[in-house]
Design a binder for this molecule. Structure first.
Ligand code: ADP
Length: 506
């Protein structure tokens, strides 16, 4: 009999709009990918949900295709990276969801969050969980889920209803209910985890009225979670060796969490995350979270989310008549227009289209375009929109500097807008540090696969360095860096014009 070489890792990247399965070979190269779109429902203003059953169906489907492509006997492990904060409840006996999965984007629990704020719980919650009160996080969504079915709370107390983030829901389904775990990174985004102990916190459970019996046990992001079993198109016995939130996985995929390597994902909005060694929760402008537990130790993360970055560019392109262009034509315009003018002519666009996120946190803020003069043309406005991305990212980095052990040696970037070379160079010059753009888009899948690889071949994190993907480097021009500091100050004045709560001009 020929010995088989279990050389492939299948990484599932279960996002908001797509479920993707990425197959990586023993050198860490991507062999093949399969993708399935995911539907999103918005039954009421501010409510966003997805069918839990369809999330599973699409995920199993892409995994099955990946397994078939390489042969089950050659698969060493499955790794899961998933959309964070989305919460789901299901009956332990039947495995049927009690309701839809409540999306991270959903604000249906906003009124309860307001109540918590009125009761002055913000400081206690931030100190324990590292997170501000917001309907984004899973705890208030889980509370809503229990209230949405008769006797939900009592059933949860008796362990007859399970509550989980999407990693635990997928694991449950991959193992036919045999494994009920979530990983530290997903647990850290529920607002029920005590960052210091790494365990569910009794006071938070009481505050959000979530019975412990309904929640999964928490495991390190890297290690054995369970084996596939009882599925139609996926053979039994494939081990799930990593689970991690997608943004955290991307941070790991860039540079394995090397201190100083800060990650910025540029998309419709942006997430900036820095690995740090301690869980300091007193930086108001940022969330503190667990980046991952690598089986040996926890790495913490400082995170700032910005709602409108690429979105600001889309808005400005639409508003200045570029909406008729094809995607390729638009990308060409966005890459060339800003360099066709030497500056914005002192125009600043603060894209607070639905408020400002980190580090300003003002839901009531609304956008401004200021500094308009006769000579201002479309190219100046497009440039102002692109510059606004870089200033917003840089403002989050400044807030991160309040943490004692924070430092920045390189900004590791991924996402659609990073294809714009002009934008990347401006970001490097503004921050005065190199910007490293990943040559591969699938960083969340790569990060999860690297965690699985660590679980399969125990060793230190640095043993994984050879598996990291290539980056293109944008080196800062330090003379331009000095010149741009004045513009960054002017940007801050523009931000002040959008705020209801005036910002300090630091
Ligand atoms: P998401 O994952 O949030 O859907 P993507 O990573 O696909 O986002 O990026 C989409 C965003 O990127 C859009 O908001 C778009 O305006 C912006 N974008 C696309 N191409 C460019 C470009 N060449 N320069 C700057 N921004 C761009």
């Amino acid at each position: 009999m020929q010995a088989t070489r279990k050389e492939f890792i299948i990484a599932l990247d279960e996002g908001t709009t797509n479920a993707k399965a990425v197959v990586l070979d023993s050198c860490g190269h991507i062999v093949v990918k399969f993708s399935q779109p995911l539907a999103i429902q918005t039954p009421r203003d501010g409510w966003v949900e997805q069918s839990g059953e369809l999330l599973v169906e699409a995920s199993l489907d892409v995994i099955a295709k990946a397994v078939e492509h390489v042969g089950a006997e050659n698969v060493a492990a499955l790794a899961i990276s998933n959309q964070r904060e989305t919460a789901i409840g299901w009956y332990r006996q039947s495995g049927k969801p009690i309701n839809a999965a409540i999306s991270w984007q959903c604000t249906r629990s906003a009124a309860f969050c307001d109540e918590l704020r009125r009761e002055n719980k913000e400081a206690q919650i931030k100190a324990t969980t590292g997170l501000p009160i917001a309907p984004l996080f899973s705890a208030s969504k889980m509370r809503w889920l229990l209230g949405s079915v008769p006797e939900g709370h009592r059933l949860a107390e008796r362990g007859e209803i399970c509550l989980g983030t999407i990693d635990s829901w997928l694991l449950w389904n991959l193992t036919q209910g045999k494994a009920f775990y979530c990983d530290h990174s997903n647990a850290a985004r529920t607002q029920l985890l005590n960052l210091q102990t790494g365990q569910w916190d009794n006071e938070m459970l009481a505050l959000f009225q979530i019975p412990r019996a309904a929640l999964p046990d928490i495991k390190p992001s890297c290690g054995l979670f369970g084996y596939t079993r009882g599925l139609n198109a996926i053979p039994d016995g494939i081990p799930v060796m990593a689970m991690v939130g997608d943004s955290h996985a991307a941070l790991f995929g860039h540079a394995l969490g090397e201190l100083g390597c800060v990650k910025a994902t540029y998309g419709t909005g942006s997430s900036v995350m820095a690995p740090v060694q301690s869980a300091k929760c007193d930086i108001d402008a940022l969330a503190t979270t667990i980046a991952w537990h690598d089986g040996d130790r926890i790495t913490y993360g400082l995170e700032g989310n910005i709602p409108h970055t690429g979105d600001a560019v889309s808005w400005m392109a639409d508003s200045t008549g570029l909406s008729e262009l094809s995607d390729a034509e638009l990308a060409h315009e966005l890459n060339t227009l800003p360099a066709s003018v030497g500056s914005t002519l002192s125009v600043y666009f603060v894209p607070a289209l639905t408020g400002l996120g980190a580090p300003w946190w003002d839901d009531s803020a609304r956008g401004v375009i200021c500094g308009l003069s006769r000579g201002v043309k479309r190219a100046h406005l497009i440039r102002a929109a692109l510059e606004s991305i870089t200033y917003q990212i840089a403002d989050v980095v400044v807030a991160m500097r309040q943490q004692d052990d924070f430092h920045l040696t390189a900004l590791m970037v991924d996402g659609g807008p990073t294809k714009n070379d002009w934008l990347m160079q401006y970001q490097a010059d503004l921050l005065g540090c190199p910007v490293m753009r990943s040559d591969v888009a699938e960083l969340s899948a790569i990060g999860a696969a690297l965690l699985a690889r660590k679980a399969l071949t125990p060793g230190s994190i640095s043993d994984l360095k050879g598996f990291l993907t290539e980056h293109s480097e944008f080196i800062p021009d330090m003379v331009r860096h000095q010149r741009l500091q004045k513009r960054w100050q002017e940007w801050r004045h523009a931000v002040n014009r959008t705020l209801w709560k005036p910002a300090s001009s630091t």
